[in-house]
Design a protein around this ligand. Structure first.
Ligand SMILES: [Zn+2]
Length: 323
């Protein structure tokens, strides 16, 4: 026992013998617990860092994949856009061809204006043709160039739609004109009424075969054989079917617009009064009835009730018009 201050009052502790082992053991255990805790915390933070790093790596890979995918999508869209622009150009070329055809149709619907000035559709600037020989260096396009191509293509397509609408209107107009032209053609006498083109007496003053005095001959005498078919020279309506001593069996057809045709000296008449006839329809047979010296057809064209020279109306054969 050591006593540092001998004058001071001594305090006595009585410790059991076993405390000499217990206290150091407790201290050692506390220290061990502390180090073990530090170790586990360290390990845990390392694991967390690793897992965070892995998650980050995974996200980065995903983003790179997404960017690659988007880039290829953009490239595909650009390539589609270029295709679309080329198709729009080809479409323009075709539209120009259709416009030319439309112009031809318009001319056909107005045969009298074939050398005149007819309205033309506005024609676009000359278009570049397709060029199969390609080459050159591969320069990537900028986003400005792509957006400019988008804008040009959009504008081009809008103007194509406008052109197509104008063309449709014009074609509808032409269709109506053609229908009208066909109607006029069908009601205008243009056929030879019989197969024979042999004219035995023309229009005008002649010596009458019965009186041998000058007289006015108001039609054409065509030299046909007995019972040769007689065809109506335009579509119309039969307004007279009859017989008299002068005209013999005769038919008058009204073609509207003030035009009538008359067929005389027929041997037989094959239509009735009031009947509608089509251009080139057989209406009778050649004969020599009435004031006639032999089988022939006397053919007349009347304009506003007055006989006129039929010559300008004898243009085509029936077989040419009915192919
Ligand atoms: Zn005659």
């Amino acid at each position: 026992m050591i006593i540092p201050g001998a004058n001071r009052r001594t305090v006595r502790f009585k410790l059991p013998h076993s405390s000499l082992y217990i206290v150091p053991s407790v201290i050692a255990l506390v220290l061990l617990g502390f180090f073990v805790t530090i170790y586990f915390m360290n390990t845990r933070s390392h694991q967390t860092r690793n897992s965070m790093q892995q998650a980050f790596d995974g996200q980065e890979r995903q983003l790179v994949d997404q960017i690659t995918h988007k880039t290829s999508e953009i490239e595909q869209l650009q390539s589609d856009l270029i295709d679309l622009a080329q198709q729009a150009d080809e479409f323009k070329v075709k539209l120009e061809e259709i416009k030319k055809l439309d112009h031809v149709i318009e001319l056909m619907s107005q045969p009298e204006n074939i050398n005149g000035t007819s309205k033309k559709l506005s024609s676009s600037a000359p278009l570049k043709g397709s060029n199969l020989d390609v080459g050159g260096s591969d320069v990537p396009v900028t986003s400005q160039e792509v957006s400019s191509l988008v804008s040009d293509t959009k504008q081009g397509l809008f103007s194509l739609v406008d052109d197509i609408n104008a063309l449709l209107d014009h074609l509808t107009e032409s269709e109506a004109k053609i229908k009208e032209a066909n109607r006029i053609a069908s009601i205008t006498p243009t056929l030879w009424p019989i197969a024979s083109h042999s004219i035995t007496s023309g229009f005008g003053i002649r010596i009458d075969p019965f009186t041998f005095k000058p007289s006015m001959h108001t039609g054409y005498d065509l030299d046909g054989e007995l019972n040769d078919p007689v065809y109506v020279t335009a579509a119309g309506k039969v307004i007279e079917v009859g017989y008299d001593d002068e005209h013999g069996n005769h038919i008058i057809v009204d073609h509207s617009r003030g035009i009538e045709t008359e067929y005389m000296h027929l041997n037989k008449m094959l239509v009735k009064r009031g009947e509608s006839v089509t251009k080139g329809q057989q209406i009778g047979l050649v004969g020599s009835t009435g004031r006639s010296t032999g089988s022939h057809l006397h053919y007349e064209v009347h304009k506003s009730g007055v006989p006129i020279d039929p010559k300008p109306y004898l243009i085509t054969d029936r077989k040419d018009e009915r192919k």
